[in-house]
Design a protein around this ligand. Structure first.
Ligand code: HEM
Ligand code: HEM
Length: 202
């Protein structure tokens, strides 16, 4: 029985999947969101600065999605319709494959999280502009957007815990260390660069 410590240090068993930027990006947008939603008052200038910081991290992540490391690149994890549907059918039949990077359903959730977070930050910025001053729909977008984010976050976290349980590896720890278990077998569903699935039953 391998301990978590040994597993995450042993590079013959694990692969560095999430580079440093992806990890810092992830935990900083999570903290920024939680701070602005629950702790920092909206009449405090810090609220705006935290929001701008989150937006800046997202813009950098979008750039990183074209220029960054292998598993961070969009072309290596944004699924085609066919691989998404196949994955969802496999998921409901409890035979979904494990992926070295993001799985197709996780990838769709990630795109939604990024888009919603951008909407929240941009609507916050718009509230301060003369053109949108006092516009209810902008305030509603900001408020209901941040409530919607709580739901998306819960579904995202539930997906992470479920996948961790199914594939017997702690994905939250992976988002801290960057390392995931090395895949035993590759199934390329779209291209050589696709975020490769792992078959743990094989
Ligand atoms: C505001 C809340 C959250 C947002 C906006 C968010 C956003 C994201 C994004 C954008 C990614 C993709 C990372 C990348 O490739 O750049 C991701 C992945 C991930 N997130 Fe979150 N996240 C949130 C909350 C959480 C929480 C609470 C957890 C802990 C359970 C979590 C655990 C993970 C893990 C483990 C991954 C990697 C999934 C995989 O292995 O494919 N996230 N998240
Ligand atoms: C992580 C991103 C953000 C989150 C989670 C967030 C969340 C919230 C929440 C929950 C409220 C309270 C809404 C209400 O009670 O009506 C609020 C209000 C506000 N936020 Fe944000 N916010 C974020 C980013 C920003 C940004 C980037 C700005 C501007 C640069 C901003 C400006 C404001 C303003 C001016 C209000 C007061 C709105 C009013 O008077 O009703 N926010 N925000």
């Amino acid at each position: 029985m391998i301990t978590i410590n040994r597993l995450y240090k042993d590079s013959s068993r694990t692969v560095l999947v999430w580079d440093g930027f992806v990890r810092v990006f992830h935990w900083s947008i999570v903290s920024g969101f939680l701070l602005n939603r629950f702790i920092v008052e909206d009449n405090n200038a810090l609220h705006n600065w935290i929001g701008y910081f989150v937006l800046a991290m997202i813009l950098l992540r979008l750039l990183w999605g074209f220029t960054g490391s292998h598993y961070a690149k969009f072309r290596n994890f944004v699924p085609g319709m066919k691989s998404l549907i196949t994955y969802l059918i496999d998921l409901v039949n409890f035979r979904e494959r494990d992926y070295q990077g993001h799985n197709p359903a996780g990838a769709v959730m990630i795109i939604m999280l990024i888009l919603l977070m951008m909407t929240i930050c941009i609507s916050g910025w718009m509230m301060g502009l003369d053109k949108f001053w006092g516009e209810d729909w902008v305030e509603d977008l900001h408020y209901y957007g941040s409530s919607g984010m709580l739901y998306l976050m819960s579904v995202h976290a539930a997906g992470v815990f479920y996948a961790s349980f199914r594939h017997k590896q702690n994905l939250v720890v992976s988002m801290v260390t960057g390392r995931k278990s090395r895949q035993r077998e590759n199934y390329s569903t779209r291209s050589e660069n696709q975020s490769l699935p792992v078959n743990h039953t094989g």
